[in-house]
Design a protein around this ligand. Structure first.
Ligand code: ARG
Length: 562
């Protein structure tokens, strides 16, 4: 039980029902000054109910409140303030962590339920954008968090491998392309061709029509065109997989848009049967005025299917395949309307599981305050960013710890960790200013700072020469108490991160824990031979267990030495 719950439970038994448990719990605060205690309960609300002065109520409550973990109760003005006994509370929590190890913080509320996570989903023949990076790292962390809550996560990479743009690309390749150049540098070369198509099409509108015809042929399975498409797809996937390997992300499924080509007719038939399909300017649409949404385009006038049609088919498939409890779509904010349309159409088809679909939007990476767009060439090549981060981490290590074994591996963990953490520490809805410099800083609130705190904890344990670190008899100093209060919060932080689908809760938590551990380290002679040495080492051990697990939930490695 967290400290707040201990406090609210004992308050509630004193109050005998004049406020609900939830009302009590939610009004508990952390006092501004630590000397006022660990938690405070304001009495204004009770004062109104009982028509007494808040300070009188506080006095009254303070006199009757008690719990074994609470060592001091005082009324300060309108507040009841409590101080917990660091030894009793500390022992409970540290013992639990040492016993449970990496299982600490786990929940069971998700067990035997599946969460499918649509994440990453880059488009073939186009650069892997920073937006796709966000989707990848947020989705990956949400999968770990879901798993920690008991759910079975399914990571789905819904590759963008279908759509009219491939008709254009095929036309461009046939006109101006060079096989060897594409082989050498597939994404860049295909992307150049795609851009050239748009430049030329600006003055030659016939090109657009050619592109549409080529896409139609692709949809009809014409051989030469299909082979070209397959080749573009393979080359692109290989390039993407290099990035996933660097990031340490794996997927359960790579079923992209094209996989649903032969699965769309079913949805179209259902829409017809329910009379939801209407013709509008030659195209087939589902009207969504009642939901205050623009119509959802299902089929174009030339018969070509659309992004939304494929997403509808994919949702049906996923529900059948995985019987998901929740389906998360980790996709940029700019697609909010699209996902509202998808869930509304599924709802109209009578699928009540449409309510379990959740769009998890995120903000943009901005460059100099502006959107980074692929078309305008303001792209940053993610692979280069990652490699640069690894190189920086390596030189940092060479300086600090020249004899480190497997320095290569550690540099990779640290460099990549810096990029991942830089993303996840932000609330996902916020835009992030793209700055290589701040991504690659290893000081302050960064991944390497957390990893370093954890490595430091391990190094203390190694230096102690002990074999086990499992005896904790309680500590009383202020710094260890700060740590214990944080350790206690871990399960709650995980639950919140899961509920809000927001890894930033965990990222911020690791910063707090690493900082309070560093304060402890600065102030205390942990290895000093005295009666509390064992307890201090056990606390350090508990910190490293929790930091390691928290980093893992974010998708970062936790090297034991740096
Ligand atoms: N490929 C799309 C893009 O890059 C993202 C796909 C998101 N997932 C989905 N089921 N629509 O914009």
């Amino acid at each position: 039980m967290d400290l707040k719950s201990i406090f609210s439970k004992s308050l509630s038994s004193c109050l005998k029902g004049s406020l609900t448990k939830d009302e009590i719990h939610s009004s508990i605060e952390v006092p501004k000054h630590t000397q006022h205690g660990d938690l405070a309960f304001p009495c204004f609300r009770l004062a109104k109910i009982e028509r007494k002065a808040p300070s009188a109520i506080a006095e009254q409550l303070a006199a009757s409140l008690q719990a074994p973990e609470i060592s001091k109760v005082t009324a300060i003005g309108p507040y009841v303030n409590v101080t917990f006994d660091p030894k009793t509370v500390g022992k409970k929590i540290v013992d639990t962590i040492l016993q449970q190890g990496s299982q600490y913080g786990s929940h069971t509320f998700g067990s035997s339920k599946t969460v499918v996570i649509d994440m990453s989903s880059p488009n073939i023949a186009k650069p892997f954008s920073m937006g796709h990076l966000r989707s990848t790292v947020i989705g990956n962390s949400l999968a770990f968090i879901a798993n920690k809550c008991g759910y079975t996560p399914i990571r789905i990479n819904y590759i963008g491998d279908w759509g009219t743009q491939f008709g254009k690309l095929i036309v461009a390749f046939k006109k101006w392309g060079d096989i060897d150049k594409v082989k050498e540098n597939p994404i860049a070369e295909l992307f150049t061709l795609y851009k050239k198509f748009h430049e030329e099409a600006a003055t030659n509108p016939e090109l657009e029509a050619e592109g549409r015809r080529a896409f139609k042929l692709l949809e009809d399975g014409e051989e030469e065109i299909t082979n070209l498409w397959k080749w573009f797809r393979d080359e692109s996937l290989q390039a993407f997989k290099k990035i996933y390997q660097l990031l340490g992300v794996e997927f359960d499924s790579y079923h992209g848009e094209a996989f649903f080509n032969d699965k769309m007719q079913e949805v179209i038939d259902q829409l017809k049967e329910k009379q939801l399909l209407e013709t509008s300017q030659g195209a087939e649409v589902v009207r969504l005025e009642d939901k205050a949404l623009p119509p959802c385009l299902i089929k174009k006038s030339d018969g070509a299917t659309l992004y939304a049609t494929r997403d509808l088919a994919a949702a049906l498939y996923r529900q059948r395949e995985y019987h998901f409890h929740k389906a998360l779509y980790v996709v940029g904010q700019e697609q909010t309307i699209h996902f509202k349309q998808i869930t509304s159409v599924l709802g109209k088809l009578g699928y009540d599981w449409a309510d379990n679909i959740q769009h998890i939007p995120f903000g943009l990476y901005l460059k100099d305050g502006k959107k980074m767009s692929t078309r305008k060439g303001r792209v940053v090549l993610l692979e280069e960013v990652l490699l640069e981060a690894i190189t920086m981490a390596k030189s940092n290590i060479e300086e600090k710890n020249p004899h480190l074994q497997n320095a290569e591996d550690v540099a990779k963990s640290v460099g990549v960790g810096a990029i991942i953490f830089h993303d996840l520490k932000n609330d996902r809805q916020n835009d992030i200013e793209f700055s290589l410099e701040s991504m690659l800083t290893f000081e302050g609130e960064t991944g390497p700072y957390i990893q370093y705190a954890n490595a430091r904890a391990h190094s203390i344990l190694r230096k102690s020469g002990e074999a086990t670190f499992t005896t904790f008899d309680g500590l009383e100093d202020a710094e260890s108490w700060d740590i214990i209060k944080l350790l206690r919060l871990f399960p709650e932080v995980i639950e919140k991160a899961n509920l809000a689908s927001s890894p930033s809760y965990i990222a911020k938590y690791t910063v707090d824990l690493a900082q309070s551990f560093n304060r402890y380290y600065g102030k205390t002679r942990i290895l000093q031979q005295d009666t509390e040495r064992e307890s201090r080492l056990a606390l350090v051990n508990a910190v490293s267990i929790v930091l390691t697990e928290a980093l893992k939930l974010l998708g970062l490695k936790a090297p034991v030495e740096m």
